[in-house]
Design a protein. Sequence first.
Length: 392
Amino acid sequence: MDMIYQEHLDVFNRVLEAIQRHFAHWQDAQICQAELTALGNQYREMILNDRPDRHSFSLQMMALFGRLNNGHTRFYDPMFEQTPPLGFGLTRISEQWVVKESLLADLQVGDVVFALDGKSVDAWFRELEPYAVGSPQSRSVQFGDWNSIFPPLLRLFLPQRPAISFFDGQGSHRTLDVDRGRLAEGSRPASVKSCWLTPEIAYLGIPSFFTPTFEEDALACIQQYRSAVGVVIDLRGNAGGTTPRRLTQALMDRPCRWWTYVHAAHPDRVSGSWTMPAADAYPGRLVLLVDRHTWSAAEDFAMPFKDNGRAIVVGETTGGSTGQPHFDSFSNGMRFSIGAMRVWFPDGSDFEGLGITPDVSVTVQREDLATGRDPVLETTLQLLKQAEQPFR
C-alpha cells in the first residue's frame, strides 16, 4: 500500500477508536454507536479503493465529525490554512448574510451578501453545513465568520477569484470581483480591554480564555475597579479556552454550583457541587454580555452567574457546547478532539446544542453593524442606571 493511503488509514483507525472510547454525546449524534463498525468498514474501503488525496480525505473526516453533531468534536488539518483568506466575514441576521468584518474597501460592514460566485449564500450554507459541527447557530458561525475557532468553511471551497454579489448601504445591487491571493489575513485584537463607561460603571472585554494571560489581566482589572457600582463583563466573541475559575471566584459574592455532567469514562450523572463565595469577592452589580460566538470555557464562566442570579446576562443565546474534550494529533499536523463530557444546567435542564439564554435578549441588526452602534451595551447601561439596588 502507498505510504499516503496507509497514513490515511492509520489516522482513521485512531479516530474511530477515540470516538468509541471517549465520545459522550450519542443522544445528539446523527449516527448511533452501533453503526460505528459498519461505518468504519465503509471508510476503510473508501480509503483503499478511492485513494483520496489529503484534501479530500480531510474533508471526508470533517463530514464524519459533523455527523457526531457536537461542538467540541472536530477534525482539523493545518493544510487548510494554506487556502487564501476571504477578506470578509458574514453573520446571519433576519434571514440575511450581513458583512460583519471586511478587508475589502468596496465591501463595507453592514452590506448584505446574497451570492458568491453565482450561487446564493443560502445554497452555499446548505451544501457546506455537513462539514460544520454543533448547534445550528454554531454551524452558521463556522460557515461565515473568519474568526471561528477553525478556518471558516467558505474559504475552503470558493475559487481564487470569486465574484461577490451584494446590496450596499444604499440598497444598490453590486458585484465585486476579488483576488484572494492578494489579501492578507485579518484578525481581531487578542487582549483584554477595560475602561470606565461612566464614573460609576466599568467595562471589561475578554476576547478569549485560550491562554492564562486573559484571566490574569481580567483579575488585575477587577482589582482596579473594586470601587465601581457596576461592572460589565463582555464575553461576546469569546470562544473559550481554559475555564477561568479564579475570575469566577473574584466576582461571585454568593454560593454557586457547577454543571451536572457525565463523562464517557464515568457515565453516571454527577450533580454539580456547590462552592462558597470568597470573602473579598467584588460586591457590586454585574452584567455579562454574550452572543452566539460565546462558547465553551466562556459558557463555563457565564453559567453559574446565570444560575444563581449574581449577574444579569444580556445579548444573544450562547453557542451551546462545553466539556473536557479528548485531544489527539498526528505527525502530519492533523488533529482532532472528541467531546468526552456532556453537561446539563445544575437543575438538570438541557444545555448542549441549546446554549445559555440571556435574561435580556438584544439582537444586533444590520443597521447597527453599518453605523457602529452597540445596542447590547446601550441596553446594559440603561439597566445599570435604572437599578437602585444590586441585581436580584
